[in-house]
Structures are given as structure tokens and as C-alpha cells.
Ligand binder design. Sequence first.
Ligand code: SF4
Length: 331
Amino acid sequence: MNLSSGKVRALGLCSGGLDSILSALVLKRQGIEVEWVTFETPFFSAAKARQAAHSVEVPITVQDITTVYLEMLKNPSCGYGKQMNPCLDCHALMFRLAGKIMKEKGFDFLFSGEVVGQRPMSQTKPSLRYVEKASGFDGLIVRPLSARKLPVTIPEQEGLVDREMLLDFSGRSRKPQIELAEEFGISDYPSPAGGCLLTDKGYSDRLKDLFDHQKDYSVRDIYLLKHGRHLRLDDRTKIIVGRTKQDNENISEYFNPSLDTLIKVKNFPGPTVLVPYGGGKDSLTRAASICIGYSKAPDNREIDVTIIASQGQEVIKVIGTPPKEIRHLLI
Ligand code: SF4
């Protein structure tokens, strides 16, 4: 409760989508003071949420939760979705962290824009219940867009929220949301969902490979999964081959000269190849040959390749391997 204004205060999770926006406006409409929190990790950004907060003038707190998120991601209690997305435990974690802020900053309850039945896995009634229980804030999470389809929450019981002014949306149709947006005069809103790398097959395959092969990975290793082609040479060695100029720049930025090896073809345009944490002589020669294969250097003749490692820089001569011969190594 805001002591000076006497207003009820609610803290919402914001993804930046229309449902988040509407859930905040539905509460605001009944005089509740709303604020948002949004979380950032290498897998999803806060950009959309910041934009939404700006457009509807709701104060927002942005928190980077990478460390605690990675802990959960290794072994989520409810497992993963189709890819490496642990949606239920992701939501539970976010509500748990939001609940901490709620307590610290004197908010009365939490809310989110979830709609019952909108997503097959994470928004069924049992899923919503799991999230409430696992978050540690059972009974304190209001879903303004679907509240009348769900059990009465504590803030409703206590009269902090008027249940009659909450909504009963359910299912996959977006029509009710679009009509409500019109009612609130909102015409410019981002498209629903998307933007979480953990639902992307290519990214998830690379993440799984990292978890399977490397016990002590760093946040930088997670960021690197976004860039270039990833090829596994053996259980200990993976290489990352830039696909575009931008990839090459990104890969070079993450290069740590005291740990990694960087490979480039000397006299022809070609990719930057990063070998995170270096590799043995055979692996580096193979990586150099792959690097040539993706470059503009001619086939079937020895080409100079520069190898930059913690021990120093050297130039070796190698014959390229055509990309079609190493397709099976792609992660
Ligand atoms: S899609 Fe990504 S951000 Fe959204 S709940 Fe699932 S894991 Fe979390």
C-alpha cells in the first residue's frame, strides 16, 4: 500500500507484449498503482519491455538474472519444452524474484498478462498453479486478463482488487485482447511472444551440446552460441566459424588471448575461426583446414593460415577441407 496516497500497489512481470500492457491497464483502471519488473539473460532481452513501459508510462525495473537463471536452466524441475525452454520453471523463477522485490518495496501483490489456455504448455490451469506454488507466492499472483476463470486470490479476498473488474479471457484467440486494446486506445503494440532464444532449435542444439561437453562454461560461452557456425571436432574441441562480417567481429570481440585460439587465412578473404579454450596441434590444423574451406582461397593447394594463441602467433601451411565434407560436424 502506498502510505501517502493510500493506493494499493501491484508489481507486474512485463514481457513487453500486448498482454502485459493490458494486464497493467486493467489494474490501473481500478485505481491500483502499477509498476513492472522485467528480467534479462543472454536468452532474452528487456528491450520490448522497456519500450512498452515507455509507451504506457508504467515505471519499470530491469534486472539481469543470468547467474541464477543458468543454475535453473541446467536442471529445471519440470524439464524443457520442445527445445531448451524451461517455461514453467522460468516463470516460477521470475515470480520468485519479483516476489522478493514486492516484499522489499512494499507492493501488495504480483500480476502478469498470462491468459489461461493461450499457450499449450505454460498457460494451462495446472501450469499456472505449478508456477504459483513453485514461486513461493501462492495466492499473491493475479492474472487480470483471466482472473475470473481462476481461483480467487488473496488480494481479491482482501478487497484490494475488485474481481468484478477483472476479465475472463481464455484460449488462443487474440480477438478479446485486440478489442480491449482499442478500448484503451492502444494501436501500436509489439507482436506477441517470440524473442526467446531457448525456443529456437538451432540455438538450443548448441546449448545442449555445450551442457553435454563442458562442465565449467562461462556466460561468454553462452553468448557465443548466437554467432557463427559451430562445429564439434571432438569431445574437448569445438570451433566457431564466422558466417558474416558481423559474426567475425563478434567472435573476435569474445576472443580471450590467454585462453582461446583464433585462426584466419592469411592472404585471402575468409572467416574468423575461434577455438574456445584452444586445442591440441591436430585439432588446430584441422580447424585451419576448415577455415580455408570457408574462405576464398583456392582448393587443393597449401594456404598460409595465421594461428593466434596464448603462446604466440604462427603461420602454418594447410590444404582446405570443403564445407560439404564437414557437414556432419555442424552442431
Ligand atoms: S519462452 Fe523463454 S522467456 Fe518465455 S517462459 Fe519460456 S523460457 Fe521463459
